[in-house]
Design a binder for this molecule. Sequence first.
Ligand code: NDP
Length: 334
Amino acid sequence: TKVLVTGANGYIAVWIVRILLEQGYAVRGTVRSAPKGDYLKKLFEKEGEKFEYVVVDDITKDGAFDEAVKGVQAVLHTASPVVFDVKHPDELIKPAVHGTLSVLNSIAKFGTEVKRVVVTSSCAAILEPHDEGYIFSEKDWNDFSIKETEEKQEKAAPIHQYRTSKTLAERSAWDFVKGKDFQWDLVTILPPFVFGPLLQETATKDSLNFSTNLIYQAVVNPKTGDELYAYAGNWVDVRDVALAHVLALQKEAAGGERIIVSAGYYAWQDLYDELGKVPTPLPDTPKGVPSSTRAPPLVYSSEKAETILGIKFRNLGESAYETVVSARERVFPA
Ligand code: NDP
């Protein structure tokens, strides 16, 4: 079986490619330029012809994936900008939405062997203001960020601009399949912050992707005061989220589902507590100020990830530890 992975050089995608290859799949990755593909070719050298890449320099162009989808039985679409310093929300929304539609259009025309399509969405696509204690699930859609971005455009908070791009992209995928009778079905995977070891090219400091940098910075510049106990986010390990994508290809019952893949919520103090419990803690792990005080968190249901995909989540200490070690080895050598 051959699988197409878009944005194959991204943090999450390289782990997806690795797991696919380990499980015996052949993989065709799309990247925006040849050097990014050459890095992957070298990383997966021992797989020989089982890994190939194609350059799709502009994913928003009509027909961009027409060739790439030929001869594959499944497509994992992960490519989408994860940046928070754009001048206008369209810089996020256009590639997110048109990239998704362009892949789906190419599959509809030329993906004659495709049986399943998995799109990487995000908890960003469900995260709306709700009362304390609300449990977010796949029923939720983040219309709040869309409204913010429509009203304020480039003045909307960067996080809302990003969330808008993810919400509109996922919705465009579901709208695309609605009422149609394709020989493939759709699954969307919704992770919160993704942590864990890096496999992607990390030639410069800027190449540390957004979510791993959060953990790295929290260790290098420790949080203090009330911030220690504030809700910091939900998280999942990159290996678990990558495996979720692969399982989403394999499990019949995943077809037609949105699936949240979250290991749980954390406050920074939780991170420091858990980093202190790993077998060989880093000498400079911040300790924070241990306390059972915590601000109310946002809670996501991971029921579908557990029941449909059968995911068992890694723990925060292990994941955060490996994030920091990996960032130090690859991006910030002493
Ligand atoms: P990375 O930044 O590591 O990877 C992003 C990938 O998308 C890269 O291959 C990148 O290519 C490609 N990409 C970015 N912008 C564009 C664009 N304008 N046109 C074409 N391709 C583009 O991020 P992640 O691995 O973290 O993210 C992968 C997916 O997971 C995204 O869809 C993201 O929204 C989603 N996600 C990530 C979370 C996280 O915490 N990391 C949480 C929830 C969802 P290039 O290298 O050429 O820029």
